[in-house]
Design a protein. Structure first.
Lengths: 572, 433
């Protein structure tokens, strides 16, 4: 199994580029919020379609939700192919674009939704269309970053021989992109698309029905259906929604991703002999269908045509990374300075001026609480899933069964299950500060499980023989064999789980069931409350603080750990 | 010398269950004895079950039938006095040289100072002094295998099992390591009493072993036992050394002749039911060219051509046997002799070669002829791969069926007998567009 790689290169903990990127991103958030605040009033009259809890509507809702997912995936793909290419091809652009991407990854998207909803609704002429844009944008923000990272990484690691071959044939940049760079990055990109898709479901459910201040937008979809079911305290309807989601996830997995994974296998450069070629019934069907065959022939013809249309260069191509010229260098620096100044201005004037110190301290305190929760939960989930994952991973037959289940669970939007938990907390009067917390890791713990399984099944047979031959058993075996072997995999899983949990905090720390609200103290509930109140300053303050915490934790804890594990414990 | 053997295997049999309920027999009627002071070599091609036997002895898997005894006691799991050296070294990358070596002692709950003394002694003995704190990735292949040896020796085993320990190393490094090992062994400086060495390198077996057991495949069994009485250190150029190598080659090429073979998955056979080895047409042409050219001029001694082409028997034998099946050569008594058509092929240009190959392929490989006939008879001139796989699976395992068909595809493509589209898994007579 291929792993998602959360960090591309080991650089300093925080370079000045990271600081600049942080300022630009948060400045942009503040700007978006500022703009949308002014346009707040006219939108109160927004008409929304009446939603119905009748299960007969669910297929339609599911179709609309799925459509949003794929629209966002298409956008993410477009973003990936342009942004990542730009970052990889231009050294000076890459220096800023890569840290920006890293910061964007850490911005809690759920808190962001409220701002973007208002912004997009003001942009689009049709009101429902504007809300659709906002929802799609929210999903996009949950999908795009890791895809772009993976493609950037692929572009930077194309083997020199292939680049030289492309150069010696003097391919035009356009041809080179489609014939070399895209195919080379494809396997990793498809894998990341699957990850993104899984993550996206969580946000589609949260982004369809959103209240900002007095404005409530409910787009027809599974997410709004759930929201309505919660409002009406209808457990049966929630059951219907969960069943629908399961079917949808199963369908797109079988119809889209399995065929893609099987198809993309041909683009793998390092073909290890003996590795089983992935198999998909849907792909076999498509390959044998004349209609689809005709479509692919047409696509191929289009590629050929455009390749011919773009003139190839007469002089040899310049190397991938070119030395920037001095004059354009200056322009670039000016551009960055302008962006940073604008970002700083927004942050200082709009945010900091309006925030009393006491409030800022309070937010930091809340963030610490949430951080504590995330770490404790990751530790608990690890204590449970690491032994189980190792046990399963050492048994190929068990792994074959458990692995897809774990991946399915990771794709399943865990927020669908929140109402059940809230119901239980209200019913038995449990302490929400403790009992709401597990919801944060409900959907993300699976990343730990399936990464550990992948790690354990990657332990070479001979290494297990060594352990058996020298009768290394018990705690010694865990200490010297199993745990080190899975560490790189585990860290990858834990990073994903931790990032996801921060995001989930926004919906998990403040959960509702009908008119009862259950709240845990933390930054997540702070942001959620601010969103409901439409308090723009507190939203931005909350998001900014959360981003800062996530970035700092990543840089000071996860990243060093990741590179340490990769360096020391990687099996080659 | 003690009279009871260190290790005794009687009538050992090992079979794996197949998904369809039948069983895959890998070892049958295996009898083996290891006495103190001996190095016994298990020599055979891959798939002859020699590594399986080694794992049975190490207690890493259980026999389906028969009896394995170590110092008179039955082997029921990894025994404390048996240590193993692996082909891929199998070092733990996160442990230093010292920690890798000490691991086996730690498993025995030995006291810290004792672990230290013994580990350092083993590291010292095997020539790794100064590398104690290095990680495996910092070491060359030869040094890594030295760690593998030190790790095995440190537990003071009575029996050392070696699973092709030199085959992942380059020629020069492997030779140094062999010599070092033999020096330590003959000087009695290693705390071991007997060695079992698995190898597919005939010269290595003759160089190191006191007895060589030649394995045959399908199922794995002992074909013959050859005693090596040459004094150590042995010289590869010594005529009696060469003679032994030659003799083992002869032993290994004596096989049931075509027609009399009762085994289904053996070739040369008749009918489509015989499994085919996947040997590329390039290798076939290459070997024919080499044998046709001087100094061999059409007839070559297998050990000679093997060392000439630096091919191990594992690589050479399947090629030679495929040539024999295609009637391009005859293999007998350790010699490979090209037939008339084999010679003609070697001297022909590409188009002529393809014609000769096509004729032989359709005449002597029934599966290829069968595929061609089906394609000829059908109006569409195309057929699914699964159609042939199903037919083959009546005779052989799924894996063997896949491999046989792959072989036929590659030969059929070379001979332009038919085309194959892997994407749709379809055979056809057309050329791809």
């Amino acid at each position: 199994m291929k792993r998602f790689q959360p960090f591309v290169f080991l650089s300093d903990i925080a370079s000045r580029w990271d600081v600049l990127a942080f300022i630009v991103v948060i400045g942009l958030v503040v700007f978006l919020g500022e703009t949308s605040r002014g346009l707040f009033a006219p939108l109160t009259a927004l008409q929304t379609m009446p939603m119905s809890l009748d299960p007969a509507h669910l297929p339609e809702y599911a179709a609309r939700t799925t459509f949003r997912m794929f629209a966002a995936l298409g956008l993410s793909l477009l973003f990936t192919l342009t942004y990542a290419t730009w970052a990889a091809k231009s050294e000076r652009a890459g220096r800023l674009l890569v840290p920006i991407l890293d910061i964007l990854q850490s911005v809690p998207i759920l808190g962001f939704i409220s701002i973007t909803v208002v912004f997009f609704m003001s942009l689009a002429p049709g009101r429902v269309l504007g809300a659709e844009f906002a929802a799609i944008f929210a999903i996009f923000t949950s999908q795009a970053w890791n895809m772009a990272f993976s493609f950037y990484q692929s572009l930077r690691t194309i083997p020199t021989e292939l680049i030289e071959a492309a150069e010696s044939f003097r391919l035009s940049p356009w041809m080179r992109f489609w014939q070399l760079e895209v195919p080379f990055g494809m396997p990793a990109l498809i894998w990341n698309m699957m990850m993104s898709m899984s993550g996206g479901w969580f946000f589609v459910v949260a982004s369809e029905s959103i209240s900002v201040g007095h404005t409530t937008v409910a787009l027809p979809g599974v997410g709004s259906y759930i929201a309505l079911a919660i409002e009406q305290k209808n457990l049966v309807a929630i059951g219907w929604a969960i069943a629908t989601m399961m079917i949808v996830i199963l369908l797109y997995d079988q119809l889209l991703f399995r065929p893609l994974v099987a198809w993309v296998d041909r683009f793998r450069v390092e073909q290890e002999p003996g590795v089983r070629v992935p198999d998909s019934w849907a792909l076999t069907m498509m390959r044998r269908s004349r209609l689809i065959h005709a479509a692919t022939v047409a696509f191929h013809a289009a590629v050929m045509l455009t390749s011919r249309a773009v003139k190839r260069r007469d002089e040899p191509l310049k190397p991938l990374v070119e030395r920037p010229k001095r004059s354009s260098d200056l322009l670039w620096v000016l551009l960055i300075v302008a962006a940073v100044v604008a970002g700083l201005w927004h942050i200082v004037v709009v945010l900091i001026q309006n925030t009393p110190l006491k409030e800022a301290l309070q937010v930091c305190g809340l963030a610490t609480l949430t951080m504590l929760r995330v770490f404790v939960l990751i530790a608990l989930a690890s204590a449970v899933w690491v032994p189980i994952g190792v046990w399963v991973g050492m048994r190929p037959r068990a792994a074959q069964i458990v692995q897809p289940v774990a991946q399915f669970m990771a794709a399943f939007p865990a927020n669908l299950l929140f109402p059940i938990a809230v119901f239980a907390i209200v019913r038995w009067k449990l302490n929400p500060d403790v009992y709401l917390s597990p919801l944060m890791i409900l959907g993300t713990q699976w990343y730990i499980l399936f990464n550990v399984i992948a790690g354990a099944s990657a332990i070479p047979a001979e290494m297990r023989y060594v352990a058996a031959n020298f009768r290394v058993t018990g705690w010694l075996w865990w200490r010297k064999v199993a745990l080190p072997a899975i560490l790189p995999f585990y860290v990858t899983g834990a990073i994903t789980a931790s990032g996801g949990s921060w995001n989930a905090a926004i919906v998990a720390e403040l959960a509702t069931w009908g008119d009862t609200q259950v709240q845990a103290r933390g930054l997540g509930s702070y942001i959620a409350e601010a969103t409901t109140a439409g308090d723009f300053h507190r939203i931005v303050l909350g998001i900014g603080t959360m981003s800062l915490f996530v970035v700092i934790i990543n840089r000071l804890f996860w990243r060093p750990l990741y590179f340490y594990a990769e360096r020391k414990y990687r099996l080659t | 010398m003690n009279n009871s053997p260190l290790l005794q295997c009687t009538d050992v049999r090992k079979a794996f269950p197949k998904p369809d309920g039948a069983e895959l027999l890998v070892l049958e009627g295996m009898n083996l004895e290891l006495r103190e002071g001996q190095i016994v070599g298990l020599l055979g091609r891959s798939g002859s079950g020699k590594s399986t036997l080694l794992r049975l002895i190490a207690g890493l898997s259980e026999p389906s039938a028969g009896n394995l005894r170590y110092m008179g006691k039955p082997i029921l799991g990894p025994a404390p006095g048996i240590a193993m050296v692996f082909q891929s070294f199998a070092l733990f990358p996160w442990l230093t040289v010292f920690e890798n070596v000490a691991l086996g002692l730690e498993a025995q709950r030995m006291s810290r100072p004792e672990i230290r003394t013994r580990s350092l002694a083993a590291i010292d003995l095997i020539g790794l002094d100064g590398f104690e704190s290095a990680y495996p990735r910092e070491l060359s292949g030869g040094m890594r295998q030295r760690v593998g040896f030190a790790r095995a020796l440190v537990v003071h085993p009575n029996i050392l099992l070696m699973d092709e320990p030199f085959s992942a190393l380059d020629v020069l490094t492997a030779e140094t390591l062999r010599t070092d090992f033999l020096d330590l062994w003959s000087e009695g400086r290693m705390p071991i009493k007997g060695v079992i060495l698995v190898t597919h390198n005939i010269e290595e077996a003759v160089l190191m072993c006191d007895r060589v057991l030649v394995f045959g495949s399908n199922p794995g069994r002992i074909l013959s036992e050859i005693k090596v009485n040459l004094p150590q250190p042995r010289n590869r150029l010594d005529p009696s050394f060469r003679e032994l190598v030659e003799r083992i080659y002869v032993e290994m090429t004596v096989r049931p002749a075509a027609g009399t073979a009762g085994r289904k998955e053996n070739f040369p056979g008749l009918g489509i039911g015989s499994a085919l080895p996947h040997v590329s047409s390039n290798l076939l042409a290459g070997l024919m060219e080499a044998v046709a050219a001087p100094p061999f001029n059409g007839k070559a001694d297998l050990p000679e051509i093997a060392s000439d082409l630096t091919m191990e028997i594992d690589e050479l034998f399947p090629v030679a046997e495929t040539l024999q099946m295609l009637r391009f050569a005859e293999v007998e008594g350790g010699d490979l002799k090209l037939t008339e058509d084999g010679l003609a092929f070697a001297h022909a240009a590409l188009d002529e070669r393809k014609r000769i190959f096509l004729r032989h392929l359709l005449t002597y490989v029934p599966l290829a002829a069968h595929v061609r006939r089906v394609l000829d008879e059908r109006a569409s001139h195309s057929a699914r791969k699964s159609r042939f796989i199903d037919e083959l699976e009546d005779f052989m395992s799924e894996e063997a069926a896949e491999q046989s068909l792959r072989a036929v595809v590659s030969w059929g493509r070379y001979a332009e007998a038919f085309a194959y589209d892997d994407e749709n898994a379809m055979f056809s007579l057309e050329n791809p567009t």
